[in-house]
Write a protein that binds this ligand. Sequence first.
Ligand code: HSE
Length: 289
Amino acid sequence: MTVRRVEAVAPSTVGNVLCGFDALGMAVAGPEDRVVARPADAPGAVMDGIFGDGGELPTDADRNTASVAAAAVLRAAGHAGGVALELHKGLPLASGLGSSAASAAAAAVATDRLFDLGLDRDTLIRAAAEGERAACGAIHLDNIGPAIAGGLVLCRDHRVHPLPVPQDLHAVLMAVPVRSDTRRARAAVPEQLPLSQATAQWADVAAFVHALHTEDWDLLAASLTDRVAEPHRIAATPGFAAVHRAAMEAGALGAGLSGAGPAMLALCPGPETAEAVAATMTEALRTAT
Ligand code: HSE
């Protein structure tokens, strides 16, 4: 007898992409989470094993981002079956690299394929986002979206829209050896934003999207500011100011927190600049910590 199993992997992702809080996200090559899904006797989703998390993640199906996402997929498809999940963590926890989203995305896709449910991409993303809600208390698609759709995406009204990535645009992503709990980092973001700052921010997001389409590097660089969340979070990233300065001096178009941090992202024009920026950011972090 063949036991049916489906395996899915999901990548690291960068939320916000420096100017679009909860609205822009991108997938990056690097560490991945892997989920193995098998049919289970009882309806719903259960965790069958978690590896690589040092015993930190909940095995309770109602609290694990992977099983919550898988159960949401079954509900969305109206499927009465059950799924058992093995989660192999490749991403570091609470790092700013979209760890909970990767688990949820891989679980959602594996569950969909296991039962040939055929859910469309946005439905899968919305179901996987339930896992994100379990992890951080809120739905935001800027990690789940690119984890499933790939590339750089705009998240709007529960859908994602792929954006063009200019060939010469390079990202430097630097892990920072502290942790940041996304739930807490989100709680630090004020509910209100002065109108002048809101106006500047939505103009920047629009400018960023336009610059991607037109490959206008000056406009792109000018758009990479976060007035919404980053100012309230940088204290949790050691050496933020020094690393940011180093990245900009080495030629980055913009730099800041990756998602809720503590990891940091720099966008760069071309591979040579990216190499130089990566080296100087690493050195600045080493000196500052
Ligand atoms: N947009 C989310 C936040 C991303 O900044 O809270 C978290 O990875």
